[in-house]
Design a protein around this ligand. Sequence first.
Ligand SMILES: *Cc1c(COP(=O)(O)O)cnc(C)c1O
Length: 413
Amino acid sequence: MKTLSPPPRLLMGPGPINCYPRVLSAMSTQLVGQYDPVMTGYMNEVMALYRQVFMTQNEQTFLIDGTSRAGIEAVLVSAIEPGDKVLVPIFGRFGHLLAEIAERCDAEVHTIEVPWGEVFLPEQIEQAIINVQPKLLAVVQGDTSTTMLQPLEHLGEICLRHDVLFYSDATASIGGNSFETDKWQLDAVSVGLQKCLGGPSGSAPVTLSERYVELVGKRRHVEAGIRSSHHSDGQSSRIRSNYFDLPMIMDYWGSERLNHHTEAASMLYCARECAINLLEEGIDSTIFRHKVAGDAMLAGVKALNLEPFGDLAHKMHNVVGVYIPDTVDGEIIRHQMLHDFNIEIGTSFGPLQGKIWRIGTMGYNARQDAVFQTLQSLESVLRRNGHKLPLGEAIDAAYDVYAKVNPLQNEDK
Ligand SMILES: *Cc1c(COP(=O)(O)O)cnc(C)c1O
């Protein structure tokens, strides 16, 4: 068989994206044993790094091995006992996912919905909390399926007032949009690496408040075979997943280092590198880079005579939806972008299937050259397929966005 040699794609969809070079190198770094002090040292570093990424003091900040939904499942299955009420505001595909996972935990799930392309007002969520009186509110921050960013900053106070646990899946948004765990009073947050953090999928950083840890601690059941006489079981029912049992995973990451799974060391290396990359560039600067790339892409697609999707005041910085013009076949355009230009842009699902493309600018690819290449190629492909557009204006529009930010760099006329 030939050596692995994937084509050099530029991944400009809603994720996954091309990894930062330092993350790629980390993946090919040699392993050490999981109780080697070097490895446990890395684990402690990862906890400290992700406290900064999540902007939290939470002691319990660590990785769940698996893709982002592993983090979601761990948070939900560890907290939800059968019959518990869970409220999920749904504004896209991933809200449905949270509801479906909570249902599998035998929660009594209540949902409220807005049309795809919109977000909720805090009052709408508070009213639903008053009606339902849930134990937990589970809400996505950025939903790539619709490109919308749900404001979270007022929800923590509402949840605290009504004694509700507050969980958010910030996979698609963290690193490219503001996210402040402690300030916004979140009890649990889970994310993944493959969006703005610029890594591969396969590791899910999570952070848990003391309130949340105390609650799931009541369900602590150390498995036979590793338990010793000082371990005692919690009062509440046993968590229905072993792999996603957060008290056991906390004991593994904590000072006891109680054996659970074998840490996915290569993914931990990646997660560590993603965090360092973000923190060295600076969280605010990285968010700003995403904002500028997103603004430039938005200006560019408008200049291609394409209509952007959804409530643009609540768009994530890192992805834009654009209506597929009636005159072209959306899949032919994507196919030609991929095969003739090595650029991947996203399709859509659910109610938006066949209606919009989704174009991402995230992580390593939130760069001027990546934005320009995508717009230039899209212009060529659209024009060749009969879509009417003013030649050259997309790049000019994107240039203007960058020139405002960095006037010197783009003024060599
Ligand atoms: C992309 C995305 C995920 C991805 O989940 P995986 O299990 O890593 O595929 C999860 N949540 C949200 C909100 C996302 O946008």
